[in-house]
Design a protein. Structure first.
Length: 451
């Protein structure tokens, strides 16, 4: 039987949305903030000839770790704009702080202090974001000075002044995007950081589709293959939605307790465990680590003008579509799936919290036995989730490497788009439910006064 909230959600309609004034304001604010972000992706960094960098990306086909970052930034990196680093340093800092909070006792204590501890951790994340952005921007500035194309050098006037201006521009753009993401989360519809990445990927989907159909026009791909590819893409999206919404619900029972002459408790609820607890983090980590040798070899080849030796051999073996790349990519996805799941979900801590509040799993003794049961269930779910990530990420890799499908149709980008879309729809439904509840409360008060 559906719950009251599910019954209320089923009654949501366009009329309900039109009456939700606050929700419409939040949506308009979110759209305005994303528009500012898209405008910023066309403001160039001073002293850089973007045509040289664009030539390099075209020659590489948009691949490598730079291609992945360019995809997340909505093309800002290939145009070398002030938002070239996008929000990725902030995401990296957030993941690092989250991992450290599970290993460093001081950060773990802050994590348990509630709102005050969360603010401290957010502040540490911002500091680390500045450090990572400075490191990455300086590396980009040095790399740009060594680039030359058919149009000439990438940097018009290389030197320390250019490096300083490049670092200031890129770090300032990252911090501004971090602020925009926080504003969208607080004053918009939520998920500010995810929506920034989402808008960057979606903004280049029309160009990717045009490139795909251009391959068909030039005869590189047949119309039947294009149709089959679109069918596969829709099937992969449906598969991602199905798995991301799938849950293993563990029944939690609370015993009855008597307070005075009244009886409380005795309720039964469930704890939902997602199949893919780690989300899109394992593919991002695995892609970043695997593509570093190829990127370093590419820069070394351009700087030295010759063979990169053993580094080039490793880069070729770990190239897109190579058997070694596929095997190592799958292995690293599986490893990071287990690793990140172990970080975000602690079976012993969850079992202790249940025991503290009197909850228990029917047929399982509280304490250590409950923690072992959580670990057993989570291990099985993570195995299925890791295999699901491997299938979703390796299938597009085969199409990209063997048939020249644009990089924007990779498994990581599709997962991000689908996941953020689902989360955004959930946020909008939550705001509509809150609006309906407020309307019901106001009606109840009016009726109470009328009596």
């Amino acid at each position: 039987m559906a719950s009251a909230a599910e019954q209320l959600a089923s009654n949501l309609s366009l009329g309900t949305f039109s009456k939700a004034t606050e929700l419409k304001q939040r949506i308009w604010f979110t759209l305005g903030a994303l528009l500012v972000y898209r405008i910023g992706t066309y403001i160039p960094v001073p002293g850089v000839d973007a045509s040289v960098l664009g030539e390099m990306f075209n020659a590489r086909g948009g691949g490598g770790i730079l291609g992945m970052f360019d995809m997340f930034s909505g093309g800002a990196l290939s145009r070398m704009t002030v938002f070239a680093l996008n929000i990725m340093p902030y995401i990296s800092a957030s993941i690092i702080i989250q991992l450290m909070s599970a290993a460093v006792p001081a950060l773990e204590t802050l994590k348990k202090e509630g709102e005050q501890g969360r603010k401290r951790l957010n502040q540490y994340t911002r500091y680390l974001t500045v450090f990572i952005a400075m490191f990455q921007s300086y590396g980009i500035a040095v790399g740009l000075e060594g680039m030359h194309g058919s149009f000439g050098p990438a940097v018009i006037d290389p030197g320390m002044f250019f490096r300083l201006s490049c670092v200031v521009s890129l770090v300032g753009g990252t911090m501004f995007l971090m602020w925009i993401g926080e504003q969208i989360t607080a004053r918009g519809i939520g998920n500010g950081t995810s929506l920034i990445i989402f808008s960057g990927i979606v903004a280049n989907v029309p160009h990717a589709l045009a490139s795909l159909f251009q391959l068909e026009t030039s005869g590189a791909l047949s119309p039947i293959f294009i149709l089959a590819f679109l069918v596969i893409a829709v099937a992969v999206i449906a598969f991602i939605v199905f798995v991301e919404r799938a849950q293993r619900r563990i029944v939690i029972q609370y015993p009855k307790r008597q307070v005075g002459q009244r009886m409380f408790g005795g309720d039964s609820t469930h704890m939902p465990l997602k199949i893919n607890t780690s989300g899109v983090i394992p593919p991002i980590f695995a892609s970043s680590i695997l593509l570093i040798p190829a990127t370093i070899a590419g820069f070394s080849n351009r700087a030295g003008g010759g063979d990169t030796g053993w580094l080039g051999t490793i880069a070729n073996a770990l190239g897109h579509g190579q058997p070694l790349y596929m095997a190592v990519y799958a292995a690293m996805i599986i490893f990071f799936s287990y690793f990140y799941t172990a970080v975000v979900f602690n079976p012993q801590e969850t079992a202790d919290n249940l025991k503290k509040y009197g909850g228990f799993i029917p047929g399982i003794r509280p304490g250590t036995n409950t923690a072992d049961y959580f670990d057993y269930v989570l291990t099985r779910l993570t195995t299925v989730g890791a295999l699901y990530l491997c299938v979703v990420c390796l299938l597009p890799e085969i199409l990209i490497s063997n048939y020249g499908v644009p990089f924007y149709f990779g498994g990581t980008s599709i997962m991000i788009v689908v996941s953020v879309t689902m989360d955004t729809v959930t946020q909008i439904q939550s705001h509509l439910l809150a609006h309906q509840y407020e309307g019901l409360i106001k009606k109840a008060r009016v009726k109470g006064r009328g009596r």
